[in-house]
Design a protein. Structure first.
Ligand code: ADP
Ligand code: SF4
Ligand code: MG
Length: 367
């Protein structure tokens, strides 16, 4: 999605390191002071996304996925959200950036697509007019005719049939899948280098879901953009992502290359997520086992490991460590860039012996 080649783009003022990844999030903390107390929505979160790569962020509802991604776009109201840490896009700091600079960043450099396309598209304006409008905001020299042509081209790119006619439809004349495609077209119309897709297919039926995910992958390959895909579905992650970040209670609890992390997950919460998605492996005997209990309150997160009230493996950790001491996010037993936040000393062995036989018996036997 890059109009400019990073190899030839001159370094801009304020750039910290010319060779750092496209997006670097460091120690991001987002708190909301409320009447009931302070909501710790995101705590000390760090991750990176390289150009052309896909990061999947996964976790149950309320784990801080949307709040952290909205911070990347500078979408939080500074009167209600307290944000600390650093978010750098091509080396430029986003935290504390002025609203006028943020507006340029959004659309130009970063775009977001949401779960609910109806809410993102204005019901009273024609789809094409809305696409043309967002093109013209970032291309002030473009004529109306150019913008309309671009809108039709983008509708065509995302697979809307007869785009030259459908460009004049209102959003309610589009099906749910077509509205989602139109929103993707809107996200891509200004060639952003980073696209954040927040549960982009949750509201759609399974077939349309698969088509939209395929479309996103095709467009990413074509534009060499970076993509963050947010989902509660590890199946989507397995399909799409290079890296995966598992969030729980506003924190990263496991983070690493998708291929390693999904085959050798080292954190009981990730095991729980895998157990509740039957189609991650093709194993037909796989059982769906929901994670017991509920996510913790972010007004008063539990002491120690945030997952300890729900964890069925904490008896394997000596003493009361799980309930008293927050595990650090550290390289797991397999080393490399695969990180996990858990006190268990032998998670691989436990996963192979106890977890895999439950959720994928055939796969466990093969190993
Ligand atoms: N403006 C706000 N004020 C107070 N709490 C908020 C606000 N926005 C989000 N939260 C809380 O932050 C937590 C994380 O939310 P979110 O990032 O939306 O979760 P999800 O992982 O489902 O996307 C939730 O408990 C939510 O209620
Ligand atoms: S640190 Fe303890 S409670 Fe937390 S996931 Fe690991 S074993 Fe479970
Ligand atoms: Mg969300």
């Amino acid at each position: 999605m890059t109009a400019t080649d990073p190899m030839t783009t001159p370094a801009t003022a304020g750039e910290r390191a010319g060779d750092e990844p496209l997006l670097v999030v460091e120690d991001l903390t987002v708190r909301f002071p409320t009447e009931d107390g302070v909501v710790s929505a995101v705590t000390e979160l760090s991750y990176q996304v390289e150009q052309g790569e896909t990061l999947g962020i996964v976790g149950e509802s309320g784990s801080g996925k949307s709040v952290s991604s909205m911070a990347v776009l500078g979408l939080h109201d500074s009167r209600t959200a307290r944000i600390t840490g650093s978010i750098r896009v091509r080396g430029t700091e986003v935290v504390g950036m002025s609203e006028s600079k943020l507006r340029k960043l959004r659309g130009n450099e970063i775009a977001m697509i949401f779960q609910d396309a109806l809410a993102a598209l204005h019901p009273f304006y024609r789809v094409g007019a809305q696409l043309a409008e967002s093109y013209m905001v970032h291309h002030p020299d473009a004529s109306k005719r150019d913008a309309r042509r671009k809108a039709i081209e983008m509708l065509d790119r995302v697979g809307i049939p007869r785009p030259d006619r459908r460009v004049d439809d209102f959003p309610h004349q589009f099906s749910g899948g077509m509205r989602q495609r139109a929103m993707i077209a809107m996200g891509l119309i200004n060639d952003p280098s980073l696209l954040i897709a927040d549960e982009p297919t949750t509201a759609l039926d399974v077939t349309v879901q698969a088509q939209i995910l395929d479309l996103l992958q095709d467009l990413q390959r074509e534009f060499n953009s970076a993509v963050i895909i947010i989902t509660h579905d590890l199946g989507v992650i397995a399909e799409m992502a290079d890296d995966v970040l598992v969030m729980y209670s506003g924190r990263a609890v496991e983070y690493g290359p998708c291929k390693d992390l999904l085959v050798h997950p080292e954190m009981p919460y990730t095991w729980g997520l895998l157990s509740s998605v039957p189609d991650v492996t093709s194993d037909t005997n796989a059982r769906m086992i929901p994670i017991p209990g509920n996510p913790p309150s972010l007004l008063a997160p539990p002491a120690g490991c945030p997952f300890h009230p729900r964890c069925t493996h904490r008896d394997k950790v000596p003493g009361d460590l799980c309930a008293t001491t927050l595990p650090e996010l550290l390289p797991g037993g397999r080393g490399g860039s695969h990180l996990k936040r858990c006190h268990l000393s032998n998670p691989d062995a436990i996963y192979e012996a106890e977890v895999l036989p439950e959720i994928a018996p055939d796969l466990a036997q093969e190993r």
